[in-house]
Ligand binder design. Structure first.
Ligand SMILES: Cc1cc2nc3c(=O)[nH]c(=O)nc-3n(C[C@H](O)[C@H](O)[C@H](O)COP(=O)(O)OP(=O)(O)OC[C@H]3O[C@@H](n4cnc5c(N)ncnc54)[C@H](O)[C@@H]3O)c2cc1C
Length: 482
């Protein structure tokens, strides 16, 4: 395990308090990985600042010593974004959980980065809600959501995190504090920050838009013989001009796993389930819902279950949201993938995934945000079988390739992190990557913020102005971590 100079650690303790600077390997174990457990690294230290000022001082201290750092929210990320660097500091924002301001008249809340996604909706209920709702919303932090531009079941109708962030206070890697606002004239730097995976700075204060809660919500789950038929139903619904609040698909394997976890009564003999929710003004919602039921029937639904109470709706949703976590019930290990395809090519890409799974003799479960064409193939494996984890990784890569070949993307909402950086050249030319790099260097010329993530190969920032070029650690290669 790497260690940091004693005077540097003393400075961190002075800033955050003795208790909130961890250097002991046992205490650091919690921070070794995010939700993607395949990548592990113990940081040299972890700090748990309580305020934006403490974050700023920690970042300044790191800058003075050219120590790299990684921001961490709740550590639920699925691309290794919050993976620590061995000789760096992990800045865990979990103590910064204050809701600073609620201004419902203007549909606005101001929060600290460690506030959980769900806490925001709870704070503005019952009149308002915060739409982007990752399945991890009980625990994931809003800071992590911003860094990943997270999505969720309701993003088909309501949009992603980026559509709700209106202001950010950001600590840059030299400790400068900047305010980014959506309405400011000039380049959309706030837009650049959202989805930047902690590589441009740490968000310490976040202003969000919240929206009025819909008058009515109606939810159903329809069961089909296979994902193709369910996909046809999705197309028919969208073509009919219905805009569901959510339209989620689960295949038979994910139904089996989630049903074992929740016992909600999803049909285990079905090849696919579509969870559809309509929300809005009561009358429009009721008419739309009738049309929805009819369209599912025409597409060959085996059965349609309509939630009759809030409790039943909650149970139906809990089953969908349990899909990832419950995979452990049917497989000792699994890779979560996150690809995007044009919705119209759903059936074709699913067939290809099935064929690939057959070739590799492995099981792949599928959970989708069907409206957005955002697939989550879950590649099951058993690491006790020699070479199986590696084959699962290889199969995951081929599934991503199939998504890109179909005109889609290597990630819909989980980000690139370390896991997908090698796939970046399949989507972007060297010139595109250079443009990304120039943007990154404009925010963090020394490569101290979350090095080793997103960009596929080590890169330098070119001309770095001022005395920093002369710094010994830089000569030792810190700036080459990109
Ligand atoms: C069971 C499960 C279900 C999930 N479902 C969804 C889903 O439906 N939709 C979805 O989009 N994602 C989903 N995820 C992925 C994950 O929850 C999201 O990516 C989430 O936004 C990560 O938040 P976090 O607080 O855990 O961030 P972390 O994992 O701690 O960090 C993620 C990234 O954000 C950076 N970061 C964290 N805080 C800050 C900050 N304040 N400033 C700058 N950078 C920061 C980190 O450096 C890292 O790069 C799921 C994960 C799990 C485990």
């Amino acid at each position: 395990m790497a260690s940091l100079p004693p005077q540097f650690l003393a400075r961190l303790r002075h800033i955050c308090g003795e208790r909130f600077v961890l250097v002991n390997e046992q205490e650091l174990a919690t921070y070794r990985s995010d939700g993607l457990l395949h990548y592990r690294e113990v940081p040299a230290a972890a700090v748990l600042p309580a305020t934006a000022e403490e974050v700023r001082e920690v970042v300044r201290a790191c800058f003075a010593e050219r120590v790299p750092w990684v921001a961490r929210g709740a550590g639920t990320g699925l691309s290794g974004g919050a993976l620590p660097v061995a000789d760096g500091v992990l800045i865990a924002l979990s103590r910064m959980r204050r809701i600073l301001e609620i201004d419902l008249e203007n549909g606005r809340v101001v929060v600290e980065p460690g506030v959980t996604n769900l806490a925001i909706s709870k704070a503005v209920a019952p009149t308002h809600f915060y739409p982007p709702d990752p399945s991890s919303q009980i625990v994931c932090s809003i800071g992590g959501n911003i860094a990943e531009n997270s999505g969720g079941a309701h993003c088909f109708k309501y949009g992603f995190t980026t559509n709700y962030v209106t202001g950010l206070e950001v600590v840059l890697s030299d400790g400068t504090v900047v305010e980014l606002r959506r309405d400011d004239p000039g380049y959309d730097l706030l837009g650049a920050f959202v989805g930047s995976e902690g590589t441009l700075g740490v968000a310490t204060r976040i202003t969000l838009r919240v929206v009025p809660a819909p008058e009515t919500v109606r939810t159903l789950v329809a069961f089909f013989t296979d994902t193709g038929a369910a996909g046809d139903a999705v197309s028919a619904i969208v073509d009919a001009g219905i805009l569901p609040g959510a339209i989620e698909m689960m295949d038979s394997l994910s139904i089996e796993a989630a049903e074992q976890a929740t016992g909600a009564g999803y049909r285990r003999d079905a090849g696919a389930a579509l969870l559809i929710e309509l929300d809005g003004p009561q009358e429009r919602c009721l008419t739309g819902f009738e049309e929805l039921v009819a369209l599912c029937g025409e597409a060959g639904a085996l059965d349609i279950r309509i939630a009759q109470s809030d409790e039943e709706r909650e149970l139906i949703w809990r089953t969908r949201k349990a899909a990832f976590a419950s995979m452990g019930r049917i497989a000792p290990g699994y890779y979560v993938q996150d690809g995007v395809i044009p919705r119209t090519r759903l059936a074709e890409v699913l067939r290809e995934i099935d064929a690939l799974a057959g070739e590799y003799d492995m099981r792949v479960a599928n959970v989708f945000h069907a409206g957005d064409g955002n697939l989550h193939p879950l590649v099951c494996y058993d690491s006790s079988q020699e070479g199986e984890a590696e084959r699962a990784e290889e199969l995951s890569g081929l599934i991503m390739k199939a998504c890109v070949d179909a005109g889609g993307s290597i990630t819909g909402e989980h980000g690139v992190g370390v896991d997908k950086k090698s796939y970046m050249p399949s989507m972007f030319s060297e010139k595109d990557l250079e443009a990304f790099q120039r943007l990154r260097c404009a925010f963090d010329p020394h490569g101290l913020a979350n090095p080793g993530k997103v960009m596929p190969t080590p890169r330098l920032c070119g001309e770095v102005p001022g005395p920093y070029r002369e710094h010994p650690l830089e000569r030792a290669g810190v700036a080459e971590r990109f």
